[in-house]
Design a protein around this ligand. Structure first.
Ligand code: NAI
Length: 328
């Protein structure tokens, strides 16, 4: 029996993500938590004739505890999204506290759950989560993930468009680093199937993958950021976890993890000098089974992109850690 929880379930991402989870054959119980409207979203979804039992919780009456107790996987899209002109880092002041409090709940009520963080800035909210879990003595790096799948989804879509291929889903393109602007590093040289894209097209494709989120923020004219594509991407990642838990093998997703806690992660850490990094991770019943160190295979051009990403990420990670342990 698999219990999935969405924290931030009434929002732009939370609602379609909850819908997709309600439709998934891998989910038996779906608990929706939010500070507003979650009982309504749950009532609505509960009429769909699939097996998952849906419940909705608000903070009152120990709602967070009730939602999280018994959870196998908790997905967190809670917090404010960007408006035009904002970077993801601009969200830190509000979202950092929201993530800290939700993770504290997980540490208390569902410490062995898989935790998938969507709330931005992911480069900082995942380190925040790790520090909170460490404080409570329940940090399992194999079970904490920053969801960077939307960058992979965008890389597949935009690359197919430049390469003139009709079906983006045939592409497998590693996207490493973090989840904001130039910390997002698409490794087009390692694309399967191979693509030959020369500059200036390559540079504009890389830029579009790095800053694709801005296209949505601008098109929505102040009404938020990517929600539907993010719900799809978040669901893709949750389902990969649940498939791995169900015993399927060979499942690999790019995700932002604590490197030293996952087999093979220290090889990446020795190159990047960073504790957290998004890399292709093989998933298994216990979570992140193995990190694939693809960094030695990248092109010279991509090495330049990576150097830029390392600097930005180091600052973002430190900001998250300092938020919990206190700045030195
Ligand atoms: P939204 O504003 O539509 O929804 C956020 C939801 O979180 C709201 O329903 C709100 O009531 C709820 N919430 C606020 N505080 C909460 C708390 N303490 N506990 C539980 N729920 C709480 O925002 P949207 O568009 O759904 O985005 C959510 C987050 O996802 C943002 O931080 C956004 O930047 C991020 N995001 C991440 C992406 C990624 O690739 N990782 C892509 C797109 C957005």
């Amino acid at each position: 029996m698999v219990k999935a929880v969405v924290a931030g379930a009434s929002g732009g991402i939370g609602q379609p993500l909850s819908l997709l989870l309600k439709l998934s054959p891998y989910v038996d119980e779906l608990a929706l938590y939010d500070v507003v409207a979650s009982p309504g979203v749950a009532a609505d979804l509960s009429h769909i004739s699939t097996k998952a039992k849906v419940t909705g919780y608000l903070p009152a009456d120990d709602g967070l505890k009730a939602a999280l107790t018994g959870a196998d996987v908790v997905v967190i899209p809670a917090g404010i999204p960007r408006k035009p002109g904002m970077t993801r880092d601009d969200l830190f002041n509000i979202n950092a506290g929201i993530v800290r409090d939700l993770i504290t709940g997980i540490a208390l009520y569902s410490p062995s759950a898989f935790i998938l963080i969507i709330s931005n800035p992911v480069n900082s909210t995942v380190p925040i989560a790790a520090e909170v879990l460490k404080k409570h003595g329940v940090f399992d790096p194999k079970k904490l993930f920053g969801v960077t799948t939307l960058d992979v989804v965008r890389a597949e879509t935009f690359t197919a468009s430049v390469a003139g291929k009709p079906d983006p889903s045939v592409f497998k393109i590693p996207v490493v680093g973090g989840h904001s602007g130039d910390t997002i590093v698409p490794l087009l040289s390692l694309s399967e199937p191979k693509v030959e894209i020369a500059d200036p097209d390559r540079a504009s494709l890389v830029n579009r993958i790095q800053f694709g989120g801005d296209e949505v923020v601008q098109a929505k004219e102040g009404k938020g950021s990517a929600t539907l594509s993010m719900a799809h991407a978040g669901f893709r990642f949750v389902e990969s976890i649940l498939k791995a838990v169900a015993g399927e093998t060979g499942i690999v997703e790019n995700t932002f993890v604590y490197l030293s806690g996952v087999s093979g992660g220290d090889d990446v850490k020795s190159i990047t000098g960073l504790d957290f990094f998004s890399v292709p991770v093989e998933l298994g019943p216990s979570g992140a089974v193995k990190v694939t160190n693809i960094l030695p295979q990248v092109s010279e051009y991509e090495k330049g992109l990576l150097e830029v990403a390392y600097t930005g990420l180091a600052a973002n990670i430190k900001k998250g850690v300092d938020f919990i342990v206190g700045a030195p």
